[in-house]
Design a protein around this ligand. Structure first.
Ligand code: ADP
Length: 358
């Protein structure tokens, strides 16, 4: 195997060389210090014994003198001080090493995530654009039957929606990062909101999933329609993306203990226990084969968690039985005195404009 000299100058390698050098120097100087103290102590005793001899006293009686006891006490205190200071030094050094090491690991992870993000975003932008271009070229250059034309146009429409969702997710993630986003506090019928999203999926046989929908009527939540739509859409899209033909995708809404619960489940690939928290981080994608086969940027669940929390709710991921995932959300339930007061914006189709404070 060829030795790579460049590795010698990797920052972490240089750092650990420095740490080893500091530790070696530290142990060498402390041992030397202890030995020198001992040497001085022994010299002082020898000197005292000489003086005793000159005075005609027994040199062994030095060990019973008060002066000897004082010198011995001083030596013990100095050794204790060296040990104490050494321990504090080692503790501080340990903390420093831990901080630098974890900072370095974070930076490496960030670099890797950025690279993965750039690769996936390029792919996510390229493939729908290529699809739309091909469809339009085919329509303009060839004489197609009306049925084929409609099929190509529908595919292009789906591709453009994919692009639009991607751009919206990017915009939302950037705004959430800036923390200057202010959400509308309108009253929304969660059932109506979910039905308007599900209408995009359920009529299309192309998805080939069994949709199990169990939505209690007239449950309301306070918040921003665009943000709530983004939450539910991301989760339903994921439930479809990470499951296969014939799997079940469930959407249920219910009320319990004055809270509103929305659960979006699937019988797909599921998420391993050690990844359950990580998947809510920005750009994070589970690194297994199943996930790598699917398209994505790792932004969806980051946005979902932030938006749920900004609406006073929380989200947890549980295992579905026999397999798959359930994303359970809990929101404060909005008490509505009269019959369902549909907010004006609820009759519109999905509106992707982001409302920003600025
Ligand atoms: P993306 O889907 O674009 O990769 P997300 O943030 O939506 O990004 O999801 C992050 C990761 O969480 C995904 O890459 C996938 O590994 C995992 N994941 C999300 N939803 C599900 C699900 N319903 N079933 C299994 N894994 C999921």
């Amino acid at each position: 195997m060829k030795f790579d000299f460049k590795n010698l100058f990797q920052p972490l390698f240089v750092f650990y060389v420095l740490v080893v050098y500091i530790l070696a120097t530290f142990f060498w100087w402390s041992t030397l210090h202890v030995q020198k103290n001992k040497q001085i102590f022994q010299d002082q005793i020898a000197l005292m014994q000489l003086q005793y001899e000159k005075q005609g006293k027994d040199p062994q009686t030095v060990f019973e003198s008060a002066q000897y006891l004082a010198i011995e006490d001083k030596l013990n205190k100095q050794n204790m001080m060296i040990c104490g200071e050494g321990l504090v030094f080692l503790l501080l050094l340990g903390m420093g090493i831990f901080k630098i090491h974890s900072g370095f690991r974070k930076e490496l992870m960030l670099n890797r995530q950025q690279r993965n993000f750039l690769l996936s975003i390029t792919h996510e932008l390229k493939s729908p654009l290529a699809g739309i271009k091909l469809a339009l070229q085919t329509i303009t250059k060839r004489k197609l039957s009306e049925e084929n034309q409609t099929r190509l146009l529908n595919n292009s429409l789906k591709d453009s929606e994919r692009l639009q969702n991607l751009v919206n997710n990017l915009l939302m993630a950037a705004k959430l990062d800036g923390e200057d986003i202010v959400f509308a506090k309108e009253q929304h019928n969660v059932g109506n909101l979910l039905h308007s999203i599900l209408d995009k999926f359920t009529p299309h046989s192309s998805f080939k999933r069994n949709f199990q929908i169990d939505i209690a009527p007239n449950l309301f939540v306070k918040g921003d329609r665009t943000a709530l739509t983004s939450v539910f859409l991301n989760l339903i899209e994921n439930a479809i993306k990470y499951s296969q033909e014939g799997d079940t995708v469930g959407v249920s809404v219910f009320q319990k203990n004055q809270k509103l619960y929305v659960e979006i489940s699937d019988t797909g690939i599921g998420v391993p226990d050690n990844e359950k928290k990580k998947i809510f981080k920005k750009f994070y994608r589970v690194g297994n084969e199943d996930t790598r086969k699917t398209k994505g940027t790792g932004l969806g669940l980051f946005i979902v968690k932030q938006l749920v929390e900004k609406h006073g709710g929380r989200i947890v991921l549980k295992d579905n039985q026999p397999k798959g995932s359930i994303f359970c959300m809990e929101f404060p339930l909005l008490k509505v005195a009269n019959k369902p007061a549909v907010s004006p914006s609820e009759n519109k189709g999905i509106d992707w404009e982001l409302r920003n404070a600025s």
